[in-house]
Design a binder for this molecule. Sequence first.
Ligand code: ADP
Ligand code: ZN
Length: 225
Amino acid sequence: MSSQGPRVVLLGKQGAGKGTQASRVAEHYAIAHLATGDVFRAAARDETPLGLQAKEYIDRGELVPDPIVIGVVREHLEDNDRQLVEAGFILDGFPRTQVQAVELDVVLEGDALDVIVNLDVPTEVVLARIAGRRVCVQCGTNYHVDSPPTEPWWCDKCGGHVVQRDDDREDAVMRRLELYEIQTLPVIQYYRRTGRLVNVPGQGDSNDVFAAVVAAIDARWELRR
Ligand code: ADP
Ligand code: ZN
């Protein structure tokens, strides 16, 4: 069966806008959006064993250990005869360590990623964004203190409560950005060597960023179609 949608990884610092862009990309290509952070937060809310385990790390701004994260991603990608791999997907927040990147290649069994988009935003900018970020506890939609929902602080989309994430407090944010430098920069190097990494500046108007992301995906995906 030939593949129907692009296979994309979206990389970027905390607050680079990965979540927003990944949702729009998923809708644009009608592909699945797998955000490991969202999976963990949902599991934590439902108090499943996975969620309770992950929450301990997340609230401190630490990374969830590789075996747990890889298990979750594996489960999603290998579900239903690898339908998701066939149909295309966008991974948001994974891989975040080199071990995860290598493991992803194994899981894909030669169905290589079409493109790895690195959403590039300077650290000063993401710090300001994260400080004002608020998120719906129910559906994960992001807001900002400068652009609250119509009815503060209840989600426009689902009516859920909109709050600051525990891990968006300053100490946890600094720790997450530090881990990004240590753990995730090597992932960017890893993908740069494949020749499929595209750098997209993530500042400015969100619609312009989206157009640039889609252009980057189309250019690489064309090569396989
Ligand atoms: P952010 O990118 O702003 O950190 P996410 O929602 O992507 O937000 O992730 C929230 C938290 O979930 C991370 O700080 C980390 O603890 C955990 N997490 C998500 N994805 C991974 C991953 N691939 N590896 C390890 N931990 C992860
Ligand atoms: Zn909501």
